[in-house]
Ligand binder design. Sequence first.
Ligand SMILES: NC(=O)c1ccc[n+]([C@@H]2O[C@H](COP(=O)([O-])OP(=O)(O)OC[C@H]3O[C@@H](n4cnc5c(N)ncnc54)[C@H](OP(=O)(O)O)[C@@H]3O)[C@@H](O)[C@H]2O)c1
Length: 242
Amino acid sequence: MNYYIITGASRGLGKALAEALLEDEQNCVVGVSRNSTITHARYRHQPLDFSDIAGVEHNLHKVFAPFEDAQNLVLVNNAGVIGEIGYMGQSKNEHFEFVFDVNVIVPAMFMNLFLQSYQHRQNCGKMIVNISSGAGQKAKDGWAAYCASKAALDMLSQTAQLEQDQLNTGIKVFSVAPGIIDTDMQEQIREADVDQFSSVQQFRDYKAQGALASPEEAAQKILRLINEPQIARGVVCSVRDF
Ligand SMILES: NC(=O)c1ccc[n+]([C@@H]2O[C@H](COP(=O)([O-])OP(=O)(O)OC[C@H]3O[C@@H](n4cnc5c(N)ncnc54)[C@H](OP(=O)(O)O)[C@@H]3O)[C@@H](O)[C@H]2O)c1
């Protein structure tokens, strides 16, 4: 069996990825998010709110079962939030904590526990795919916490890969920008005030012009990375390159 732990599997990219994986009867998916929206014999849901760090610390171990018959174990850190769009100096302090908890702190805890649990497992492929964003490489006004959180995720991934290479575990780690996808997150971006995000019209135009990828199309690209990791140009990569 192949086991995929996917955070944010309740909607958007994470759900499309989980559903695509479940089409293969060799795959089982553990989805982690606040809501459960998938019913399938090979799907297990672990409810967790990533903005509740104490709750995550208490329940995280439930995700990482022994999976004794695993041939492949894959963690996809996909859950993410953009938070309230707005300039620094006009944001609430809690906003930074919220975005970093969901986008960085909890994904780092997932990576840590995944490695702790499965690092030394023999005869089993192991991979961590963190869903990042081009915003981690290029600043956008109004998105400070989001941009910084994705930059942090990129560096966590690079460091983890360096360490796994030193340890010779064969574990692959990626931080992949999935492109612009037609999900709730994009809807929230299009609703921003132009004073809080100067490029908002560009994002409205993307939608109007049909330039957004569907979650299913984006999921296929992530699947391709999982199945053919050699297509990535490096740890930090973009679906635009495959
Ligand atoms: N959409 C884009 O254009 C785009 C572009 C670049 C990068 N990305 C990245 O792609 C990933 C997926 O984005 P998406 O567009 O699919 O987003 P989405 O449609 O808004 O879905 C977000 C997912 O994250 C989960 N989530 C949100 N808050 C959570 C919390 N407090 N605790 C646990 N889970 C939580 C949600 O589940 P619940 O609500 O059930 O908890 C949901 O399943 C994100 O990391 C995002 O940054 C997206």
